[in-house]
Design a protein around this ligand. Structure first.
Ligand code: ZN
Length: 126
């Protein structure tokens, strides 16, 4: 049993995709990921680094640390929604369409985390 590389629909052994649309979307995804991969990597690294650094600084000064941590979460989350580039392992496991969806959901969760960090400050200040 073989599955479409994009939508995971069952297909015959001779094919790679179930339809032209899936093939086109896969090609477009790879073009986009090639074009933006460097930017993605840079933003990703800064934000993944910024969250713990911000939280660490927050233990000394919430006014400095919290904005860094919250902004890192939101930028990272926003980027994952706009540029959902799942890892190779995720694509292999879930096929492209679902892997992209998971990346977007994860992006939303990370943005939520950013809001939670800000919310926490207001709770703690009381
Ligand atoms: Zn398909």
């Amino acid at each position: 049993m073989k599955k479409c590389d994009y939508c995971a629909k069952e297909i015959s052994y001779h094919d790679q995709y179930c339809c032209e649309d899936c093939e086109r979307k896969t090609v477009e995804f790879h073009q986009r990921s090639e074009r933006y991969s460097k930017m993605f990597l840079i933003v990703n690294t800064i934000c993944v680094f910024g969250i713990p650094v911000g939280l660490f600084l927050a233990s000394f000064s919430t006014a400095v640390g919290i904005p860094i941590a919250a902004a890192s979460c939101m930028v990272l989350g926003l980027m994952l929604i706009l540029l959902p580039f799942p890892t190779e392992g995720m694509i292999k496991k879930h096929k492209l369409q679902k892997a992209i969806k998971i990346s977007r959901i994860f992006g939303g969760v990370v943005i939520g985390l950013g809001f939670a960090i800000i919310g926490l400050v207001f709770v703690l200040k009381r």
